[in-house]
Design a protein around this ligand. Sequence first.
Ligand code: FE2
Length: 245
Amino acid sequence: MIDLHCHVHFGVDDGPKTAQEAQDLARALVDEGVTTVACTSHVRPDRRWINDQSVQAANHQRLDELLNQAGIELERVAAAEHYVDPTFMSRVRNHSVVPYGDSKWLLVELNYDAPVPNFLQMMFETRQLGYKVLLAHLERYPWVVDNDDMLDKLTAAGHLIQINLGSLAGAYGRDYKKRARKLVKEGWACVAASDCHHLTDVKPYLIKGKKALRKLVGDAGCQTLLVDNPRAILDDKEPDLIWVR
Ligand SMILES: [Fe+2]
């Protein structure tokens, strides 16, 4: 599995607090078949999680040294989870965002409860500026998922949808589960990821979530959502292997 949404950097947000915790999480990911993980630390100035390019580079180097020393064979890709707040577009315009590795793909998080003003316009401008958008755990935004017209517009504009595996297993409650299942079953979701923050997340999110995904889409669907599409994103392609309805 290539996990495109995971919090492995330590001491930087609500992910692992210590090097030991990060190491334990990384080892558990490997044990569960993760070969590549994107380290998507939060960028949320409102919570004082800055994690700009230079901070992320330092976070990443620190993690590399740790995992190399521990002999943990897990490919790591630097990335970030960009929260769309009033400062988001200025970071895109300044090119101070943190895409996945050498690609132009950005992981973008939205407000859960309320529609983001000018959302489609901002995503359009983000693409105009040379980036591509992967929307994080879309099942958490009822204002998007319950609006098929919005889903149509998003996917038609080339934005891709990531869901959390744990949502499929009911780890965040019934509503998220229902919406995640819709996104998978109707073919909107392109990537499924763990969004693990801690070792204790591995079982409810990753293990149970993969089982739930397999039940829904079988081995071929898992290969698409967990391996092929994530790899295409890291290779800076626009996956056309989206799970078909
Ligand atoms: Fe996250």
